[in-house]
Design a protein around this ligand. Sequence first.
Ligand code: NAD
Length: 564
Amino acid sequence: MPKNTNTDTHDSPFIKQSFSGRPVRRVRFCARVILRNFSDKERDASYVRLRWTHEVDSSLSFRGTRNLFSSKSYLRLPLLLPQTTAMQQILNYINGSFQPPNSGKYLDNYNPATGEVYSLIPDSDATDVELAVKAAKAAFASWSALSREERSQHMLNVSRRITERLDELAEAESTDNGKPVWMAKRVDIPRASDNFKFFATAILHDSSELHDMDGKFLNYTLRQPIGVAGCISPWNLPLYLFTWKIAPALASGNTVVAKPSEITPMTAFLLSQICEEVGFPKGVLNIVHGLGGKVGSAITEHPDVPIISFTGGTETGKTIARMAAPMFKKLSLELGGKNPNIIFDDCDLDNALSTSLNSSFANQGQICLCGSRIYVQKGIYNEFKTRFVEMVKQMKVGNPKSPDVKLGAIVSKAHFDKVLSYVELAKQEGGTVLCGGKEAKTDLGGWFIEPTVIEGLDEQCRTNQEEIFGPVVTIQPFETEEEVLAYANGTKYGLASTVWTSDLARAHRVAAQLHTGIVWINCWLIRDLRTPFGGVKQSGVGREGGWEALRFFTEPKNVCIPLQ
Ligand code: NAD
């Protein structure tokens, strides 16, 4: 949205007759459109240059022409242009104001569907993080002293505004990440709003423990906010996961320094605009953009950030754990997965097939909860495989803006290359590609991969052991429950698993023996925000969701008092 337009006109010698018979002159215009929310200080850095030509009455003087196109009515013109023509510069949000990075440098932000740079991200460093931590520290006293009702109201304002800006946020998420717009509209953005709403209202119903010592002494547990929380999130569900951390941290009275993924920063930037729009208290939420190795590690290492909530890859999680451990920081790590999808021959096959299509390829297979190893019991293996592959072949890959597209673009060129390299690896390891396995051709120019199913691989091979995090699944037969449990539990990961069976006793038995933090039986991705969320083994440490999150972001303190 333009806040100001400065137009310059360049007279062209070309004069002709208009249809109405009056002589007209073609004039080239050049405008600098200053985007909203940019302060005077950043104005020079933030303008968008527009050029267009227009025919005007030839009797108009140069000044008259210029005034005509500087008039208020004409200010609407840039709005008619597609959003993507403007190279938007994202800014940090520190102490309630929009700030460029201290380095003055920016990183390219790509639209994965076109492979083109469409906006710029601050290349921030430790000095920006320092400012953000300072602001968050200063805001802590007043924010944590607010009543629950007041904190809740502030957060509900954010939630409401996210919903009001649903369409714009969904478009932005799709452009930034490559996911279908319909998905962002149905899943990502509503969930971001719900995250704020859920924790804003959860604190109104919070409670803590009391331990009575036979009427002689009483112990009660205070749960107090900790201070400045560092929240670091990944690119696959950008606003959804960003707010999943920020909301409980804020609700429980902490202030926050947050870093979204540098690969998908746009909706975090829009969230900072929303905070400004609703008058969210300054310094309570600070958002610093940039690279993980600079901004993420500066947050992790900062002595005034005693608590870190991180979601991302297992290797990054290890780095963060190494940095945080000597400082005894409180850590929550939500990491990678290699989730098994187990299909017994007594299952509702139609349901198992259609849900497995989603659990394999939703969000281009880039959900940490996607089932990437499908195990099918021998009795139905051939039927399942044949029908599944036929259904996969029907899935439309392409323009994320199109409502009938099932798979959009892969988030980045580097990730596109990584996913395809795993298909090559699978072939070298003896796998047979049943469908997909290569780039999906579109006329958009971006990074698309066909949904891929691979058969014939050994359990211990890298394809079946390492996280691919793309539209690639393996499929393999099994005979017994014991056998499939050994396969399912046979990786270093333990995030989620799915079981398909109509035998109730077996469902419970298998669920109890799976080494994962989450088990879905005859369903997938059903999420209740009250439930504990997280993984075991190298899929993470700690749990998010419900009371688990509110407890993580508070420090319990036992108070003991004599009663006699
Ligand atoms: P990533 O680990 O590369 O990056 C995640 C975030 O960490 C980014 O913001 C990044 O900038 C930052 N970061 C990178 N290096 C850092 C460092 N040294 N110090 C501090 N921060 C640093 O992960 P990604 O590629 O963005 O996301 C994909 C991964 O996330 C997959 O492994 C996926 O399974 C995992 N994931 C897990 C969950 C879960 O809940 N368990 C949810 C979503 C994604």
